[in-house]
Every structure is written in C-alpha cells, then in structure tokens.
Design a protein around this ligand. Structure first.
Ligand SMILES: *Cc1c(COP(=O)(O)O)cnc(C)c1O
Length: 497
C-alpha cells in the first residue's frame, strides 16, 4: 500500500515513512492510495476473533510494509487486558435494541485517545527502524487535556523514545492536571506553561522548527517527531474499532451480515468520524455518518452548507476536547471526495490559512450530503441529555458522548431513520465527574474532585476505574512550571543536553 499527500499527489511513501514523518514536507496529510476491501466473508471471520486479531488483520491490510510478526507484536503490546480492564478492549453496550454505545474509554487514561496512542509508539518504533533511523525519538506535545496524558501513557518506557508534555497552567481540569503530575516512567517530562493553550501550542511549534535546537538534538543522537492527530499512525487504529463493533453486532446476532447501520461520532478535529468513513469505504455497511458538535459548530455548518468558516466566536464548553475551530482531518475527506484533486485541496487550505474560510464545489458538497448528516448541541442540552439517559437507561455518559446522543435524537426525529446505530462513546464519565453529577442531580456538587468521583460511583452502584482512583495515591512527580520564553532551556535540560 502506497500513501499519497493530500497537497501533492505526486508524492508517494510507504506506511512506515508516513508514520515516521507524521506530515508531508509541503504540509499535506498522508492518505492511503486505495482502500482495502472487506467482503462479507471477511466480516464473518472477524466476528469470530478477539480484538487483538481483528486489529492485526485490519492493520495488515493498510501497513503492508510491516511484517505480520511486527504487527502482531505492536497490537499485542497495545491492547492488553491489563491496560484496558476488559478483554473486549472496545465493548459495545446495548442501550436498546437499536442503539449501542461503543465504549472507547477503558484504556489507561479513560478517553478514546488511548485506542490510538497505546499503539502508535510501537508502530513508530518499527517505522523509524525501517527507515534506517537509529536516533532516539523525542516527542513534544502541547496539550489542552486528554492528548497529553494519553501520549505520556503510550510512550512511557518505550525504548528509543523520550516524551515531554506541556500543558497550559490555566486551561486543564484539576483531574487532568493530577493525571499528568503523577505520570510514571523514566523517559517522560511534564511542564505547566504560564498562559493558555495557544501559548503552549505556539511555544512548542517554535521549538519544533528551531534550527539550532534541531542541530543540538542531532549531535546528541536525537530527533523530534510528532504524535498529533494528523499522523496516519493515529488514524488507522481508529478504523479498527468501527470494524470490530460491526463484527460484535454480527457475533451477538444483533445484525445479519450486510445489514446497514448508522454511526454517530462526537468530533472536533474530524479524526474519529473520518475513521468511520474509511470503515464504510472498506465495505462495512454504514448508512449514515452523523457528525455531532458542541456549541463550536463549525462542522455542522460546513456539512450542511459546504462553507467552512472558522471566523466565529469560540466557546469554552463542558465537552472541552471538542472545542476546536480548525478540523485538520477534514482535509483527508476533501481529498478523497474531490477524486484526489491536490490542486483543489491546496487552494482550499490556502484560503483557510489566509482568510479562515473556504467553500467546496457542488460535487464535493453533494457527496458530503450523501454520506453525512450533522447536528450540534449546547451545554444546556448536553446536561439535559446526560440526565435523560441516566433516567431512561440507568446509564451514565460523559459530556462528549452526550453530545452525540443528543444529535442522534435530532437525526431520528428529523429523518425518521430508525436504523440500528453505534454511538462512539469517547470518555469515561468519571473523567468529568463534577459536570456529570451536576447534570444528573440538577445542582453543583460542593465536594472535592475525589468525593465527586466516589459519589458518581455510588450513583452507578460501581467503583471508580482504578486508573482514576489510584491517582490520589500516587506520588506527585511533576510540579514545575515555566514561562513561554524558557521552553528551549527546559527542553535541553529535560533531554540532558
Ligand atoms: C479528542 C476527543 C474528542 C474529539 O476527537 P476528534 O479527534 O476531534 O474526532 C472527543 N471526545 C473526547 C473525550 C476526546 O478526548
């Protein structure tokens, strides 16, 4: 399988190159030149397998320059019972016979980013080896919350890697801060940056592109690499769980092989729903892809009108991982729907960079309308949905998942399409215990973070996930903060240069 760049179709690389480079040199994103096809027979066979085998099979169809031994090694290290607390890794929970929660948050950090970030470090290790690289990879991450912790857990103690995470001092939740401050592992570093997320992100970007720093790293046998969500190595593991969910529906007799289902995904960067689109293109019978946004509804407007416009008010919501106005992965969809028209993609992305907006042509707009439907939901509706779902099903969902549930209801009311539907559930409710409790009880809880977590557990007649309750027992290792202009020194010191 060859990978092309969305901004220059003449570029073609192997999957190992795509994964180790992260982004193409002219700024494009790597996409597979063709889509592997799954027959009904393949799906029936997958239905009989466990998650690790399903993942190995799907990866082998995309990462054709990896040996099967390498792929097996990667998936069996990533998706263990120990790390995901359940053998099914990404279990389906049946709300009612036509509505299924795909729980993607049983991993070490209780959010769906673990699904990709547990695997990526292993894919990356083999990729750099294949590309003839002997250097230590240094991963720098600026995080607004979930990504940083998931990356730390994924790269912790992976040979040949070091990871440094910067989070904004103002801007991550108390629990997210605690998750990062107690991070274990010998190859990790965590720093708070004074300022907001933009300050952290622009500071890290500057380090990435600083020639002096690059040179210093090179002389010390190291190089920078990126683990952010545009890396193909983060997208391909996400395709797996949609295929696995359909295989589970077959296995449990909930669908007959070939029966169409819908998928609804709470998204910001368009990564998770793009993976579902790829699963559909591979032959999984998905009817409609429903894109769910919070008040930052730039994607809703785009899917409904064909006009992308990020020049709008930015809202801070109770589903913070979707507070995004630039959906980077959309570029991959547009490339596909334009029939790989790299010139067109360049012009859209130029316009986005210069004016913050672009309008796609009618043919792309019509294709989007065939595949997708979109809706959004503000914080009040999100809270109400958390409460309704709890009352109706005794099921507690996190605010991101609730956005998807709400948009699915809107879709069903508007279209009368009652097909069986998979809801991508992206975080454990325990990660957002305060907001979830408040939604269900109708009043703010006055307790500490830990008390709120315990109260939520009582409500569900369960115990909090160990990954979260353990945090309060672990020693705090990282308390350092720095100013934006000290980043360079901090990085050198952390790397021992
Ligand atoms: C990152 C994240 C999302 C959004 O994912 P996309 O990559 O933007 O699709 C949704 N929910 C949670 C909990 C997240 O951490």
């Amino acid at each position: 399988m060859i990978y092309k760049s969305t901004r220059d179709s003449s570029i073609s690389v192997t999957s190992a190159q795509a994964i180790s480079m992260g982004i193409s040199s002219e700024g494009g994103l790597f996409v597979p030149a063709s889509m592997p096809w799954l027959s009904y027979n393949d799906m029936k066979e997958l239905a009989e397998q466990n998650y690790v085998s399903r993942a190995a099979y799907v990866l082998s169809r995309f990462l054709t320059d990896y040996t099967s031994t390498e792929i097996n090694d990667c998936v069996s290290k990533a998706y263990t019972m120990e790390k995901f607390e359940t053998e099914s890794i990404a279990p389906l929970y049946e709300l009612d016979p036509s509505t299924y929660m795909l729980e993607l948050w049983h991993g070490p950090t209780c959010a769906f980013k673990d699904m990709a970030l547990q695997l990526l470090p292993h894919l990356l290790s083999y990729a750099t080896e294949k590309c003839g690289n002997k250097k230590t990879m240094v991963i720098l991450v600026a995080t607004s919350g979930d990504t940083g912790k998931a990356a730390l857990e994924g790269f912790k103690d992976v040979p040949g890697t070091k990871i440094i995470v910067f989070y904004p001092k103002e801007g991550v939740s108390a629990l997210q801060k605690l998750q990062m401050a107690t991070q274990q592992g010998e190859n990790v570093g965590v720093f708070a940056i004074e300022g907001n997320f933009d300050a952290a992100q622009s500071g890290v970007k500057k380090i990435f592109t600083d020639e002096d720093i690059k040179k210093a790293l090179d002389e010390n046998g190291m190089m920078f690499t990126s683990a952010n969500s545009i890396n193909w190595g983060r997208l391909v593991p996400q395709i797996v769980y949609y295929i696995s969910a359909y295989a589970d529906l077959i296995k449990n007799g909930r669908v007959s092989c070939g029966e169409f289902i819908n998928v609804v995904v709470p998204t910001g960067n368009f990564g998770n729903i793009l993976a579902a689109y790829y699963a559909k293109k591979m032959g999984i019978p998905i009817g409609r892809l429903i894109c769910a946004s919070n008040a930052n509804n730039v994607l809703t407007d785009f899917i409904m009108t064909g006009k992308y416009d990020k020049n709008r008010q930015f809202y801070t919501t109770i589903s913070p991982s979707m507070d995004i106005l630039i959906s980077s992965n959309l570029e991959r969809l547009l490339y596909d729907l334009s029939g790989c028209d790299d010139a067109k993609i360049r012009s859209y992305m130029d316009s986005l960079a210069k004016e913050g907006k672009y309008t796609v042509d009618d043919s792309i707009k019509n294709s989007i309308g065939e595949y997708f439907w979109a809706g959004y939901c503000d914080d009040n509706m999100t809270r109400q949905t958390i409460k309704d779902i709890y009352n109706k099903y005794a099921y507690v969902c996190d605010p991101h998942t609730a956005v998807a549930v709400n948009v699915l209801e809107q879709y069903r009311v508007k279209t009368n399409d009652m097909s069986k539907t998979i809801i991508a559930s992206t975080a454990s409710p325990f990660k957002f215990a305060g907001d979830v409790l408040e939604s269900i009880k109708g009043e703010k809880s006055s307790g500490s973070e830990q008390e709120q977590i315990n109260e939520l557990a009582e409500l569900q007649m369960t115990t909090p996930p160990k990954q979260i309750s353990d945090l309060f027992e672990l020693p705090v290792r990282f308390t350092q903060s720095c100013a934006k202009n000290e980043l360079k020194d901090v990085v050198f010191k952390a790397l021992g240069i």
